[in-house]
Unconditional design. Structure first.
Length: 109
């Protein structure tokens, strides 16, 4: 009986850790989205939205994190110089590689 309780606890712990990693990835994607919006990188914004639609759980929590981080990054960009388009593209490519592993395992859809 103790083994089952320990196994259940470990399962919940792993699930919580995966959810935290998923929320962190969505937050990072939101920050990239906000910066791309501020820099008028429409193609990058479209790619980011496609990644969100494809991989992110369709829950209020994930949507709110994405929107909050997008807004904060948009405002933070201000008058600063925008990164080169190649920098945006490499960051989107990196996120496209990470998201399937982080968001599709154990996340509610």
């Amino acid at each position: 009986m103790r083994h089952l309780t320990l196994l259940a606890f470990l399962s919940l712990f792993v699930e919580a850790a995966m959810a935290d990693a998923g929320l962190a990835a969505v937050g990072e994607l939101g920050r990239l989205n906000g910066q791309a919006l501020a820099c008028d990188e429409k193609t990058v914004v479209s790619q980011i939205k496609a990644l969100m639609i494809k991989y992110s759980p369709k829950t209020r929590r994930y949507g709110e994190i994405f929107e909050e981080q997008s807004s904060a990054a948009f405002l933070a960009q201000g008058e600063r110089e925008c990164p080169a388009a190649t920098d945006f593209n490499s960051r989107v490519d990196e996120m496209a590689q990470r998201l399937p592993a982080v968001l599709s395992l154990g996340q509610p859809q």
